[in-house]
Design a protein around this ligand. Structure first.
Ligand code: NAP
Length: 289
């Protein structure tokens, strides 16, 4: 379990790339899962658009490095918060950070997946995934949404997945956590739209990050985290759900016409392909870092 640690980096250098975005959603953004992958790319994207940042994950060193990078490159203020979102203490540390800043954007990107047969997966790993992928999202959204609604502006971005739209044998519980995220985003969007707060679910297909290794998957085609980040932030305020990249769109369109039980059968085959390419062939137990 990581202890919350803070570091601030500041540098008044270049002008922000997108003044309208910073005006609409600034001054501060909180990005969880910012030490790696999609969260890291989204943190860079938001800093380039002129937002100050609180970046959250367990690996504090990486966050501190990122804080220095963003301050130096974009002249924004960046605070690094090392916290384990699988714990109540970690969530509380982020809530305190949110309370101390005028947060206009929350991006909940921290998360991980498991794969393989549910019956072979240790329940502890599944519990940890539920805590990070869902419970921490509830805590942070529950804290930030009322504040944004009172202020009459803001943006909330939740990381869903192409696997969020029906049951997925071979990734049953991970898909269930993402269905929860997708449904929350859609419902909240309807509730908060009239109060000036934009809510977006980003539902990518396979992305080239540390995710696949941790979930013990071997996808074929993968999108870069930078493309996902750009398309996700571009969609904020314009769409309710964005499917970054052609593969997620193709999968969405082609599955949409099929009855739900048939989609489950097809996705089971897709998952089999991805777990079948694993070198060890063992169950997809998520190793903790
Ligand atoms: N990659 C894909 O193919 C894909 C596709 C669809 C959706 N997604 C979703 O996108 C999100 C980001 O995934 P990614 O691809 O960027 O994975 P990643 O490269 O493995 O990054 C995951 C991030 O989450 C953080 N994290 C994990 N457990 C945490 C914990 N207990 N407390 C705090 N932070 C934690 C990690 O930081 P630390 O290890 O430093 O804590 C890291 O910054 C996830 O929600 C995932 O479900 C990914």
């Amino acid at each position: 379990m990581s202890r919350p640690q803070h570091e601030t980096a500041k540098n008044a250098l270049p002008a922000p790339r997108d003044n309208a975005f910073a005006h609409r959603y600034g001054p501060w953004a909180v990005v969880t899962g910012a030490s790696d992958g999609i969260g890291l790319a989204i943190a860079r994207e938001l800093a380039a658009r002129g937002l100050h940042l609180v970046v959250v994950a367990r690996r504090g060193e990486r966050l501190q490095q990122l804080a220095r990078e963003l301050a130096g490159r974009h002249g924004v203020e960046c605070q690094a918060l090392a916290a384990d979102l699988g714990t109540a203490e970690g969530c509380e540390a982020v809530r305190r950070m949110i309370a101390a800043h005028e947060v206009g954007v929350l991006v909940a990107a921290a998360g991980f997946g498991t794969s393989g047969a549910f019956v072979d997966s240790p329940l502890g790993a599944e519990r940890e995934m539920l805590a990070v992928n869902c419970a921490s999202v509830l805590e942070l959204v529950g804290h930030v949404a009322p504040r944004m609604a009172d202020r009459g502006r803001g943006g909330i971005v939740l990381l869903s997945s192409v696997l969020a739209f029906n049951g997925v044998p071979g990734s049953a519980h991970y898909a269930a956590t993402k269905a929860w995220v997708q449904s929350l985003a859609e419902g909240l969007r309807g509730e908060l739209r009239g109060r000036g707060v934009d809510v977006l679910a980003s539902a990518p297909g396979p992305v080239d990050t540390g995710f696949a290794a941790r979930a013990r998957l071997a996808p074929g085609t993968m999108l870069s985290a930078e493309v996902v980040a750009r398309q996700t932030i571009d969609a904020l305020g314009r769409q309710g759900t964005v499917r970054p990249g052609w593969l997620s769109k193709l999968l969405g369109w082609s599955l949409a016409t099929l009855p739900r039980p048939m989609r489950v059968v097809l996705l089971a085959r897709v998952m089999k392909g991805m777990t079948g390419r694993r070198r060890d062939g063992g169950p997809g137990v998520a190793p903790t870092r």
